[in-house]
Design a protein around this ligand. Sequence first.
Ligand code: AMP
Ligand code: GLY
Length: 419
Amino acid sequence: MNVLVIGRGGREHSIIQKLCQSPQVEKVYAAPGNGGIEEQAERIDIKETDSSQLIHFAKENQVAWTIVGPENPLIDGIVDDFQAAGLKVFGPVKQAALIEGSKHFAKSLMEKYEIPTAAYEVFTEAADAKKYVHEKGAPIVIKADGLAAGKGVVVAETVAAADQAIEDMLIHGQFGNASREIVIEDFLEGEEFSLMAFVNGSQVHAMIPSQDHKRAFNGDEGPNTGGMGAYAPVPFLSEEEVNKAVTTILEPAAKAMVEEGSPFTGILYAGLIQTSEGAKVIEFNARFGDPETQVVLPLLKNDLIQVIADVMEGNDPQLEWRDGYCGGVVVASSGYPGSYDKGAILPELTSTNDTQVVHAGTKRSGGAYVSDGGRVLLVSGRAEALGKALDMVYSKLVAFERYDGFFYRHDIGKSALHK
Ligand code: AMP
Ligand code: GLY
């Protein structure tokens, strides 16, 4: 069969690498894809959000399944459009993607269905928001309601910083429509982890947990990014803790969406904090995580397209996982997540049995790959022990030492090794 993957990041490259291992998949198309994706898929020059062109393409090219990577097209309703055109597509409809698209919606859902999360209030008026913060004190967390390219969350260490964030969002319209409304919630303390599941209505098939590293620099210093590296599974979580997160968070959330009349289909991603009272939700996403996908899919034994077909038909996909760990380190352009230059030449890197090179912001230029985005690529390694997996990754990344224009964190997974 032919499969179309929508998106251009590392997450999509990882999905495509996995699809290519399936004996059922004959051809993969990527819209628009990236430089590295060209090795496995045919790139189509159509934007992620251009659903009418994508539908036209899928029909013309006998595409059996379309998998949607990023959140923007989901929140715009691309799945509704594909379904209306009679095409098979994997992802939530617009109304269900609201679980990521509106923090207010997600928080109300959790409140109504008693899903553990931080206490919160919603505001549209700066004066009211400030009054609440002054009563509550710091640290406190200020979140734009809508999508803000990963920049809409401020963890305010002081009341003054919270006031500033409130003014930026509600008075100065920092994120336009996305910050007309804000959520203010309690600061939660604990280790963060990500838990993704294949979901169809009330059926939830959880993957193994993973941990992202959101800050730009070593030691969790510097600004928040899309994610600088990840590993899976998470050694300091017991099986019981993970199962509890599935039964108290993912399953009730899926059931809640059914009860609200907008059943969720696709990948439900819970960003969680393991507090002293158990796991609590920081956010839900309506899609595969990036870079979590790049370290979770290499451990999945099943054929990904079969899993999707099973889940969509209401069958148990019987997920099976390899033993051991997968660790992945992102190489980013110097300056990211702020402004950065493009066009820096990359060293040649090749995947092996145990390591994978997953491209994000790259393109072909002459005989080489050059950088074309903030997060450039990720190298993952798979081994019995997490330390060994990460050693393999870091030995490969030594190749970057003689190349200018890049940086990466040297401590991905380190804290897990000492737990
Ligand atoms: P998000 O963009 O929602 O993933 O949030 C970005 C980061 O802010 C998260 O990875 C957390 O580190 C932090 N964060 C968000 N909400 C909270 C919270 N209630 N308590 C503590 N940290 C939070
Ligand atoms: N790694 C965080 C995300 O995908 O949103």
